[in-house]
Design a protein around this ligand. Structure first.
Ligand code: TXA
Ligand code: MG
Length: 312
């Protein structure tokens, strides 16, 4: 089948309330009709996701997003500047919002984004529906950046997996809360927002175990490989596989290098695939070398910290 025939078929599945995994520029999403409580409930079930964790709604345009949510000036400026792209806005739901209440997990806000990946855009256009989609992994596990990862995670639980090749960005969208007077970053991600934009970051706050979590998905332990992960490694101990960064790599039985030339964009795109590979290796645990805390490195370090956090 051609990719456009596949997209038509996937759109039909969505209209029937079934689930479809699809590529976005960040990671693969597990999509369902965002207007249907039953379809959204099926997403939670397929992911084995705790119900208090709300989902991102994917839309085809800013105009469509405005049908569901209130945009203040900040939100409008961000959407105009960065959509389509790896930016999710948390916004107040409109009074007449038709989206499933379950996508908001009972809150009066909704997270919305317009993806840039052509397959995601064609799917939205063909289905003529808003698509609720968390990352297409089972809850608490590493996000998929290739169709093969989705198969490992969700085989038999989705009607179809659209294969759009490896995700270009490789790390989830940046989430900005626009419900208050000043926008706040709830999750650092694939869109680097310059410090001079004056948008306050909540990420450290969110990492605190009992710190009034605003994005409920920001639990300390998240994106977890099955093997223990050690941060700030300068060498690999016996039994450890090494997640390296840069040209000066210490000896280890198994090495995956995020970026030999120290490029953060390349590192983000490689992160989840390499974590998956090391996790599937014969090593007992994983050691991760330091990544600079700047630009995309902030999102990479955020995911590594969560992968290393004690499990619940
Ligand atoms: O790049 C991405 O964002 C990918 C692709 C598929 O779009 N999606 C993704 O979804 O990462 P997910 O479900 O794995 O993460 C969504 C995050 C969660 O941490 C969730 O708590 C937060 O968004 N979120 C969703 N709705 C929210 C809301 N109303 N208020 C605060 N946080 C919200
Ligand atoms: Mg996720």
């Amino acid at each position: 089948m051609t990719i456009s025939a596949d997209i038509e078929k996937a759109a039909d599945f969505l209209k029937e309330g079934k689930l479809v995994a699809f590529p976005t520029e960040t990671v693969y999403g597990l999509g369902g009709n965002a207007l249907s409580d039953a379809a959204v409930a099926a997403i939670y079930a397929a992911k084995e996701r705790p119900q208090f964790n709300p989902l991102i709604v994917h839309v085809s345009s800013l105009e469509e997003a405005k049908k569901y949510a209130e945009f203040n000036d900040h939100a409008l400026a961000l959407a105009k500047k960065f959509w389509p792209g790896p930016l999710t806005l948390v916004l107040p739901r409109r009074k007449d919002c038709m989206l499933s209440l379950l996508v908001s997990a009972g809150m009066d806000t909704v997270a919305i984004r317009m993806p840039a990946h052509p397959v995601a855009q064609k799917l939205l256009a063909a289905a003529q529906l808003p698509i609720a989609a968390p990352s297409a992994n089972r809850s608490g596990r590493i996000s998929p950046t290739e169709a093969a990862h989705v198969r490992e995670e969700l085989s038999g639980r989705v009607a179809m997996i659209l294969d759009g090749g490896p995700c270009e960005v490789g790390i989830e969208s940046t989430i900005v809360d626009c419900t208050g007077d000043t926008p706040e970053i709830l999750r650092p991600g694939g869109l680097v927002i310059p410090a001079k934009a004056g948008i306050h970051s909540q990420s450290d706050f969110c990492l605190r175990e009992n710190g009034g979590i605003k994005a409920p998905g920001m639990l300390a332990s998240h994106y977890a490989p099955s093997k223990p992960l050690r941060l700030h490694a300068t060498e690999a101990k016996p039994g450890e596989a090494l997640l390296a960064f840069g040209a000066n790599v210490p000896k280890a039985a198994m090495v995956e290098n995020l970026s030999l030339r120290g490029d953060l964009q390349e590192a983000a795109a490689n992160l989840f695939r390499m974590l998956r590979r090391l996790d599937a290796s014969a090593a007992i645990s994983i050691a991760a070398m330091p990544v600079p805390e700047e630009g995309l490195g902030i999102a990479i370090n955020d995911r590594l910290k969560r992968a290393a956090a004690p499990r619940h």
